[in-house]
Design a protein around this ligand. Structure first.
Ligand SMILES: [Zn+2]
Length: 137
């Protein structure tokens, strides 16, 4: 269960290491952008969010199942996160930012072996023109 919410989560570190290796320059946790994106790649006007499936309520994901205790509390709390996320993405889009959302499940468990493939795709996307990339397990 995703009980720990930290800044330097493992999937985020994986993405950062990859970008670094590929020579993409980035900034971290940029406070003056909506939602304080985890990674910002100014050259490609791209922000990257690495979303924990539980905290951000990844739709249909088995990692996003609510706890059995206090489900109402969680429902309400997490609904707030989802609403905020949506608002932030919209604001970023309006500011002309391109957006990558990496769901943690894309890099965990049985998908862990696919990480390189996923990141290669991301690197390719960065140099393209599409506006939104969602990576999911
Ligand atoms: Zn997920």
């Amino acid at each position: 269960m995703a009980a720990i919410r930290g800044k330097d989560t493992k999937p985020e570190m994986t993405v950062r290491k990859f970008l670094h290796r590929r020579g993409f320059r980035y900034r971290l946790h940029v406070k003056d952008l909506p939602g304080k994106p985890d990674i910002v790649i100014p050259k490609f006007r791209t922000v990257v969010f690495v979303h924990g499936c539980f905290w951000h309520r990844h739709k249909g994901c088995k990692n996003a199942v609510l706890p059995k205790t206090n489900p109402d509390f969680w429902e309400k709390k997490l609904k707030g996160n989802v609403k905020r996320d949506r608002k932030n993405l919209e604001a970023l889009r309006n500011m002309g930012w391109r957006i990558v959302v990496v769901w943690e499940c894309a890099m965990k468990g049985k998908n862990a072996g696919e990480t390189e493939v996923i990141l290669d795709r991301t690197a390719e996307w960065l140099t393209g023109k599409d506006e939104i990339l969602v990576i999911s397990g």
